[in-house]
Each structure stands twice: as structure tokens, then as C-alpha cells.
Design a protein around this ligand. Sequence first.
Ligand code: HEC
Length: 123
Amino acid sequence: MKKPFIFIISVLGVILESCYYDNEVYLYGNGSGAVCDTATVTYSATIAPIMASNCNSCHTASSGNGVITSDYNNLKTIVNNGKLLKSVNWTAGAIQMPLGGQKLPTCTLAKINKWVDNGALNN
Ligand code: HEC
């Protein structure tokens, strides 16, 4: 009599599992209740504009503090040394960016993290 019971528990497990959407859109949102679309993140359409409006004012070739966020190759340097994500995610011990400002919105951070997860492509 034990086998049917185990079978029913397994079926229930599968059904319950399917109710959980492990999806960045659902996990992060964009803070306004609207859906945060991280599926189509690219350097040119997503990341470059984020850098332009939040970072480039302090991080161009002429005023960079050694860090340049305004072109792909220099941005890739701080992706590779880990400083981009640490600074924007406000990882403990990191220098928090934007300096003196507010943490970037959750959806913006989700996009930056996704782009890096995808290999920080120049796309
Ligand atoms: C108001 C000016 C300003 C803005 C805006 C700003 N930064 Fe910075 N950033 C600085 C300064 C100044 C430093 C050097 C801080 C230090 O060494 O204490 C710095 C340092 C950094 C560093 C190096 C941190 C380290 O650990 O060495 C990174 C990476 C960085 N910024 C990325 C960014 C990114 C990404 C943005 C946009 C989200 C941004 N910054 C926005 C001024 C700014």
C-alpha cells in the first residue's frame, strides 16, 4: 500500500513546483509594479544609455578617477576586474556608485547584472 502514496506525493510535488516562476522579471520587478524586461539587454540599447545617464558625467577619459564608463572597452575592464558589479550593487566593502547618489533602481541593476551574466557582450 505504500507505492500509491509515494506516487501521489511525487505528483503533488511536480504540480506545486510548477507554480514557482524563477524568472528575473518576477523576482526583481522594476520598482513601479510594471514588468522589468531583462530578456533583451544589449550593450548598445541598454547598458550604454544607463552609463550615459548615471556614470559618464564623472567617468569619461578626462575626468575618470582611472575608471572610464563611456566606451565598451573601458567598461569591459571594470566588468573583468569585478568593480562594475560591486560598485553598482553596493556590495559590502565596495565604493558605492553613483558616488554620493542613490542606488540605481532595481530594474536597472537587474539589467546590468544580466548583461554581465550573459558575458558582457559588445552587442
Ligand atoms: C558624482 C561623480 C560620480 C558618479 C556619478 C559615478 N562615479 Fe564612480 N567614482 C567616482 C569617484 C570620485 C571615484 C573614485 C572614488 C575613490 O577612489 O574613493 C569613483 C570610482 C568608481 C569605481 C572604482 C571603485 C573601486 O573600487 O576602485 C567604479 C567601478 C565606478 N566608480 C563606477 C561607477 C559607475 C558604474 C557609475 C554609474 C552607475 C559611477 N561610477 C558613477 C565618481 C563618480
